[in-house]
Write a protein that binds this ligand. Structure first.
Ligand code: NAD
Ligand code: G6P
Ligand code: MN
Length: 446
């Protein structure tokens, strides 16, 4: 453990950046760092976060060199890891992704259905650009990407940058597993080993064991059948974003998602596909999750950063370590130290799901080491999940093809195929509105 690492956080101005920096500082004994750089394409937004983080670093780990920049060469030179969480179009565009479909009675969501497709069309170019910078300035580095919509981004990088050293990861299974562990009286999800398969934000647990190999599924199912992923006592990690009322609704709704297939345990995001209409009825078309986040997390994080700068100390800040983001350190460590940790990652199927499209980007447990992830075979998947996944993976592939070929037709097909959209006419109306709203960000379609 002699080597100290240099990392760049791409999307330095993200609301998650301070929590992740605090988390990295808390884990320096496990993952030593010599340099942290921030990179963003919006200097003014990044500056607020960077000025505060510079003070945090000075107080907690003055030996770590800190750089915040909008210059790709400065950002991407001399780094071992790129931790990427960009949001192309910011919350202003997320708000449109959520509100435009609702005008047509269709749920709008950050990563699912038409909202996710619109966001995907913006993200692909942004993430490819980060890969190109990394390959140019630090060709040996790895990118740990959690920029959304991860499913579409992962398919785009598989297809358009097949050699890239990028690993796509999502924190939702981590968050749900934390809740499962808590529900049955374990201290942490690390006491569990899981079998899981699906696409990103579209998957199921098929087995959960303790380290002695005992089956924990029956106990967890008993809880989920009654409460979904709601807990009698909420988790203490208030720094996690999964604490707002809309998330509490999502965790409770998992009970109904579970009922559709009680042989597995579902990812929370399946509610958008299996209960789309309920979500529309529950939504306020004038105040969506983007509004909740702008009024909540964004105000809080930026407000706290401004206070740190004004006081020139972080001694009294209410910014907290994002403990649940420590999965990012686990992943970086797995690569850096060849730990062979078992983690859920988004990787090319290639036989892991034996009866499913080999080129699909699937979310499955992998053993992670120095040379990247090795997926673990999860066997053939049952007809219900296979049917849903075939449809959804086709949507994701069509979006990437539409982006690459600038094809209106393929994007219309993608929207029409999405389980969330009722028919081709509504798909076209939503598409035409999304094109208008995304002029600045999407390739011109014809
Ligand atoms: P945010 O808007 O606060 O931060 C995103 C930052 O990215 C902004 O500062 C923005 O200026 C910057 N940015 C946008 N386009 C860029 C580009 N092309 N190059 C460089 N920087 C760019 O958003 P947030 O809510 O903090 O979320 C950040 C990202 O992390 C989102 O994509 C979100 O969906 C994702 N996320 C993913 C997971 C997961 O499970 N995979 C979990 C949490 C958040
Ligand atoms: C979960 C998902 C992420 C998503 C986030 C949204 O963590 O795994 O992919 O970005 O929730 O959270 P938000 O608080 O921004 O709605
Ligand atoms: Mn996710």
């Amino acid at each position: 453990m002699d080597k100290k690492f240099s990392i760049v956080i791409a999307g330095g101005g993200s609301t998650f950046t301070p929590g992740i920096v605090l988390m990295l500082l808390e884990n320096l004994d496990k993952f030593p760092i010599r340099q942290i750089k921030f990179y963003d394409n919006l200097a003014s937004r990044q500056k607020v976060i960077a000025d505060a983080c510079e003070i945090i670093l000075k107080e907690k780990a003055p030996e770590i060199k800190f750089v915040a920049t909008t210059d790709p060469e400065t950002a991407f030179s001399d780094v071992d890891f790129v931790m990427a969480h960009i949001r192309v179009g910011l919350y202003a565009m997320r708000e449109k992704d959520e509100k435009i479909p609702l005008k047509y009675g269709v749920i709008g969501q950050e990563t699912c259905g038409p909202g996710g497709i619109a966001y995907g069309m913006r993200s692909i170019g942004g993430v490819l650009e980060l890969i190109d910078y990394m390959e140019k300035y630090s060709p040996d580095a790895w990118m740990l990407n959690y920029s959304n919509p991860a499913a579409i981004v992962a398919e785009a990088t598989r297809k358009l940058r097949p050699q890239a050293k990028i690993i796509n990861i999502c924190d939702m299974p981590v968050g749900i597993e934390e809740r499962m562990a808590h529900a049955i009286g374990l201290k942490s999800r690390k006491e569990m080993e899981v079998r899981y398969y699906g696409l990103n934000h579209f998957g199921w647990w098929t087995g959960i064991y303790d380290h002695a190999g005992n089956d924990l599924m029956p106990q967890i199912k008993e809880h989920v059948a009654q409460y979904g992923y709601s807990l009698k006592e909420e988790l203490e990690d208030k720094s996690s974003q999964h604490t707002d009322p809309s998330w509490m609704h999502t965790f409770a709704k998992a009970r109904e998602v579970y009922a559709v297939d009680p042989t597995t345990l579902p990812n929370t995001y399946l509610k958008y596909y299996l209960y789309s209409q309920d979500e529309v009825e529950h939504a306020d078309p004038n105040y969506t999750r983007a509004n909740e986040v702008m009024d909540g997390r964004e105000k809080h994080v930026f407000g706290e950063c401004e206070k740190i700068v004004a006081k020139q100390t972080a001694a009294e800040t209410s910014l907290e370590v994002d403990e649940h983001a420590s999965y990012i350190v686990d992943l970086a460590r797995a690569i850096a130290y060849n730990t062979h940790e078992r983690m859920l990652l988004i990787v090319e199927n290639n036989g892991a799901l034996s009866n499913f499209e080999p080129t699909a980007m699937v979310e499955v447990p992998c053993i992670v080491g120095k040379n990247g992830p090795e997926p673990l075979v999860q066997g053939p998947i049952p007809r219900f999940q296979k049917g849903l996944m075939e449809q959804q993976v086709a949507v994701e592939k069509l979006v990437v093809e539409a982006w690459e070929e600038h094809s209106y037709q393929k994007l219309w097909q993608a929207l029409t195929l999405s389980k969330i959209i009722p028919n081709a006419r509504v798909a076209k109306q939503i598409l035409d509105d999304l094109i208008e709203a995304n002029k600045e960000f999407w390739p011109e379609l014809s």
